[in-house]
Design a protein around this ligand. Sequence first.
Ligand code: UD1
Ligand code: CA
Length: 505
Amino acid sequence: MRSSRPAAALVLAAGEGTRMRSATPKVLHAVAGRSLLAHALAAVRAVDPEHLVVVVRHERDRVAAHAVEQEAEAVVADQDDVPGTGRAVQCGLEALATTRGDAPLVGTVLVTYGDVPLLTAATLADLVAAHEEGGHAVTVITADVADPTGYGRVLRDGAGHVAGIVEHKDADDGQRAITEINSGLYAFDAAVLVDALGRVGRDNAQGEMYLTDVLRLAREAGGTVAAHRIDDVWQTEGVNDRVQLARTGAELNRRLVEEWMRAGVTVVDPATTWIDTGATLSRDVTLLPGVQLLGATSVAEGATVGPDTTLRDCEVGPGASVVRSHAEGARLGAGATVGPFSFLRPGTVLGAKGKIGGFVETKNAVIGAGSKVPHLSYVGDAEIGDGANIGAATVFVNYDGVDKHRTVVGDHARVGSDSMLIAPVTIGDGAYTAAGSVITQDVPAGAMAVARGRQRNVEGWVERRRPGSPAARAAERARVGTSERTDRPDREDQEDQEHQEEADA
Ligand code: UD1
Ligand code: CA
């Protein structure tokens, strides 16, 4: 029998998460690039319930806003001040009844938690299938764990059927020895659930309405209660504190990295490679040690990233390489190279076979195919054509203290080393600028712009002004040892020649 579409899925996220000791609600803490709640919603969404309900209370506005951001159709249900998972589900169902109108809910209702990030959609689909094939009133995901402390324990009757769940705090020593735990993830028959919740009390160690009581009540009402035991205990692991946050985050990452390796990505050091859920990689990508691929980063076939590189929301083209750099919101073309030690900020676009070398910062800069910014430069608010070369230590001076301005550099232009390009300014196609120039005016195509002080040599200055110094002695040796000075070439000619050499360098 094929399982049907669940009538509803409820994600419980009302708890306070005190042990996080955080100003941020627990379910908004993130692993693998998205919140615990977003992970929970993604798993639930994939089994396609007719209604998705998120139960909130603690920091309700922030949690509700985040839930709706992830899942626009989600029904947000407020839990009142009656505590417990049973009450949370009851409030969820009441909110759903209000949105749906009078017709009673029919079919399967899934209940999951907002703080269980490793739960997969496949496990939920298996749960629904097992529940519906068995025709059960309740099916609960259980697992055998080495240390069951704190969890509800699964009670079984003489025939091995699930008789109920006892909370750790209510359990006697014999029950506490049981290692099969309640994950807190369930499939319920909707009618059974609604009916049983109406009879759940608060007579227990915590004075809460326990959802777990529904299992006993369902059985008493003549339904069958089944356990869907899973071996992968991680999928049931909730996050209660920051130690568990790190543990589950590391495990989720380990799983993601392993998936990418199986899909054809070489990961040299899985332990130092972090890949967010939203990142995508193609085959024959190589990730060297110490790489973080964050957000919606994509890396195309044959590209190499790392070592020690962080990319957030970047697009790395086929065969490109990024070495020891940090980039956010950058797009790198096929065969482009970046690094080592560069910082690419949002709006950086590097064309095919382009190069951003070492110690370069870029922002809002479109750099054409084959163009190079090899060393020690800042390129902000710029558009650089194809095949251009930006000399070492060039600064695109984009900010006048009030406004940002753009610089345009044409195709095959060559900006001399240590140039300041004071925006707004345009360097024409094929134009050159002399090293050390401060360019404040547009440079026509094909021109050479020289904008720097002329050199003056004060002959003999060191021997006169620094007598007895090592420099003076060296100068003296040079003077005495040198025969007659040859005449220097005409200054203008020499300068032109220097510029030519610099631009060619
Ligand atoms: C619950 C189960 C326990 C199970 C454990 C698995 C009950 C009574 N106990 O334990 O058998 O082993 O989960 O992790 O159900 N929540 C609400 N409203 C509340 C209380 C909790 O929405 O009033 C939400 C929390 O935000 C959280 C989830 O329910 O997402 C579980 O709450 P938590 O307090 O961690 O579970 P326990 O009651 O300790
Ligand atoms: Ca818990």
